[in-house]
Each structure stands twice: as C-alpha cells, then as structure tokens.
Write a protein that binds this ligand. Structure first.
Ligand code: AMP
Ligand code: GLY
Length: 415
C-alpha cells in the first residue's frame, strides 16, 4: 500500500512510524511533514486539495490519512471523494462537530446526549441573562476554531460577562468569537476517548488522559497538550461502556440520521462527574499528544484498519496489553511565542522508548527545534510506572537550549 499523510506534527510522525513498521506498506508520503518525517517517507510541498488529489491519483496512493482539523473542516475529504480516492477522515459537513461549538451543542441536545448546560448566542443581553442563572465558576467559549485556546474559565458572573463582551466585540478571538457558548462549569476528571468510525460502526482505542496546562500540578496557561498516557485506569469497564453506548453510538446514529455519516476518528473530550460521562467537546481527528501514546498500543495493522474504515467495512482492532506515556518537550517560550531555532542532540535511546518529532526542521542532516511543541518522549511497558520511567529516562537523553517539560505526566493515575 502507498499512503499519504496530511499534516506536520508529532501526531503525523507517530502515525507514519506505526505504518512504516507494517509489511504491507510500501511508500509513505507526508504533506507537508516536518524535518524528521523525511526519515520515514517523502515530504511533499503541497497544500492545495486538488493538487494533493492529483498527486494521489498519479502516484497510486491507496489511502490518504488526514491528521489535523483544518483541512478536514475545509473539505479535503469531499475533494478526494469526488475523485474516487480513498481517504480516512470526515466530510466537511461531519467535521462541523469540531468546527462549531454551537453546532455540536445543538446536535447533543437534539440527540439527547449529556453535556454541560449551555447557551449559544451572539446577543450580549441574552448571554448576560443566562449567566445570571448560573452558580459557581462559568465557562465562556468562542464558537469557532481557536487551536484549543478559545476557552475561558471565570470565577464569577461579572468576569464571565466581561469575557463574553470582549469575545463578541471581536477583540479577543476575532471572527471565531463573534458567537459564544456559555456553559455551567463541570467538576470531575477528564478523559480523551477515541473511536475509529466508518460511518456506522466503530472500534474504541485505549482511553487516554491529556495534560493541557503548561506546568506541573496542572498549573499555568492552557497549551495544545504537554503529555498523555494510555490506557488510563480511571476509565473502568463500566464507564467505557457508558461512553460507547450513550455518546459514541448515539453520535454515529445521529450523524447518519442527519445525512452526515461520520467516518474518521471521533475524539470525545469527556468530563466524568460522579461516574457519569459528559461531552465537553468533539474533535474529528486524533489528539496530539494522545496519538503518540495510542499508536504503540495497536497490535494489528493500522493501514488495514484505517483503509477498512475509509471504505465502510470496519472490523475489529487488536490492542497490546501494555501502557504508554508521552512527555512533550517544548521550546523555552511555548506557548507564548516562537523560540530561536536550536539544534537537538540525542544520546543513545533506551530500550522501550522512542521519540516522536513534532516542531522540528532539518538543516544539513541535523534536526533543529523549530516550533512550540518540539518532540514527544514516549515510553512503553507492562505497567504504567514502567512506561512513565521509560519516557522520563529518554527525556534525560535529549538536549536543546531552553527545553522544558512537565515532570508529572500520568500523575492522576500514579498518585
Ligand atoms: P474544550 O476546548 O471545549 O474541550 O475546552 C478546553 C478545556 O477547558 C477542557 O479540556 C476542560 O479542561 C475545560 N472545560 C471546557 N468546558 C468545561 C466545562 N463546562 N466545565 C469544566 N471545564 C471545562
Ligand atoms: N490534545 C488535545 C487535542 O489534540 O486537541
């Protein structure tokens, strides 16, 4: 099989690395890829969907896999399908589950799926009246895509109203904030739940936990994610069944009923409150860094699973009885601004660990840190502790100026 992967992050590197280990995969391409994916396959400087489809057709690409949300929301899947090319990911209409929080909230309400009480509006008076009905902390979200940064948690009604006003004025999040979603604050623990879907059927992946805040102890600003681990012991068998039956199945049935069958990765951001799962958000792709810890736990052929999902004949998935922990190593000024390019040195890589490269470029054969989240140190093992120790041992072998990482990944499970 020849496979094209769209994207340039650690997530796409992890997918590529898994595919590279499979006998049936012959050629791998990345568009655009990063400074390290060129070790796994060929990087292509293409982004126009028609040009990518033409490349796929001319180069006998059997399957295209889309990593990030932006091309999905812009309709890359619809363009490939128009040309009868196999592509794994949701259509533009189905990707609205991630693109618009108000679409997602409306969908959840219509299909009777549990989520935080909310109001979605662009009218300040209406929002202000709704805020008056809430108690405790209040969550204010920009409706559109903001790279995970459009969510504010406010301590009281007045600051919530101010935040909503700023968003509506376009000051804080430009067009993405012209409509806002206000929610009650849910207190519990979060899970990242992933299902590979073919429009009707799904298979679940090991349940992960992300660490969104920059600093140890879940302090500091929100980021794209500073580390993840899977499977989490916080997700009991009973809880997984509830998520599968009450959220994933209902979502797939509902999307099909509405004429937008969902094919791709459904990523449910779950908040568990008193053992009940609530949907915080949907994403229509693998999480990053969750993908980096899930890939090493898949025992079967990923190429076959994703091809079957893309062609509506999904079967089962084989998983390893192991754990994986991924620690994101970021540059000095992440998440505030870009840092200076700096060379990465890596000593010998210990057993049962590996690096997924993300924000890197290659100059004269050397890999440079060239982005916010630079790489992910992944450890695997028979226990979570073994996997965590492996990941941190690897962190000690990596060196570049200004590198920073959290030292407490998986803390909720290893208390
Ligand atoms: P979202 O992008 O909607 O997942 O929100 C980003 C983060 O904000 C989530 O991962 C949660 O940590 C937090 N969050 C969002 N909505 C709520 C809510 N209703 N209650 C508590 N925390 C929330
Ligand atoms: N790690 C969370 C995300 O990919 O959105």
């Amino acid at each position: 099989m020849n496979i094209l992967i769209i994207g340039s992050g650690g997530r796409e590197f992890a997918i590529g690395e898994k595919l590279k280990s499979e006998n049936q995969v012959s050629k791998l391409y990345f568009a655009p890829g990063n400074g390290a994916t060129s070790r796994l396959g060929e990087n292509l400087a293409l982004s126009d969907f028609e040009e990518l489809a033409k490349f796929a057709f001319n180069n006998q690409i059997d399957l295209t896999i889309v990593g990030p949300e932006a091309p999905l929301c812009d309709g890359i899947v619809d363009v490939f399908k128009k040309h009868n090319l196999a592509i794994f990911g949701p259509s533009k209409n189905a990707a609205k589950l991630e693109l618009s929080k108000s679409f997602m909230k409306d969908f959840l309400t219509r299909k009777n799926i549990k989520t935080a009480k909310f109001l979605s509006s662009s009218d300040f008076n209406e929002i202000s009246n709704f805020i008056d009905t809430l108690d405790g902390k209040i969550v204010v979200k920009a409706d559109g895509l903001c790279g995970g940064k459009g969510v504010l948690i406010l301590d009281d009604k007045n600051s919530a109203k101010e935040a909503a006003f700023e968003m509506l004025s376009g000051k804080s999040f430009a067009q993405a904030g012209k409509s806002v979603v206000v929610e009650e604050f849910l207190s519990g623990f979060e899970l990242s739940f992933f299902a590979i879907c073919d429009g009707e059927k799904f298979v679940s992946l090991p349940v992960a936990q992300d660490h969104k805040r920059l600093l140890d102890g879940d302090k500091g600003p929100n980021t794209g994610g500073m580390g993840a681990y899977a499977p989490t012991p916080l997700a009991s068998k009973e809880l997984i069944e509830k998520i599968e039956n009450d959220i994933v199945k209902k979502t797939l049935d509902g999307m099909k009923e509405d004429g937008n069958p969902f094919c791709g990765v459904l990523f449910v951001g779950v908040m568990v409150v008193e053992n009940e799962p609530y949907v915080l958000e949907f994403n229509v792709r693998f999480g990053d860094p969750e993908c980096e810890v899930i890939m090493p736990l898949i025992d079967g052929n990923l190429s076959e699973i994703l091809y079957n999902a893309a062609t509506q004949k999904l079967t089962n998935i084989k998983l390893k009885d192991e754990f994986a922990v991924g620690v994101v190593v970021a540059s000095s000024d992440y998440p505030y601004k870009n840092s200076k390019k700096t060379v990465i040195e890596v000593d010998e890589i210990p057993l049962n660990s590996h690096i997924c490269y993300a924000g890197v470029s290659r100059i004269k054969g050397k890999i440079y840190a060239d982005g916010g989240r630079v790489l992910v140190c992944v450890g695997t093992g028979k226990s979570l502790k073994e996997a965590r120790d492996g990941a941190y041992l690897l962190c000690e072998k990596v060196k570049f100026d200004g590198m920073q990482f959290r030292t407490d990944i998986a803390h909720q499970a290893l208390k």
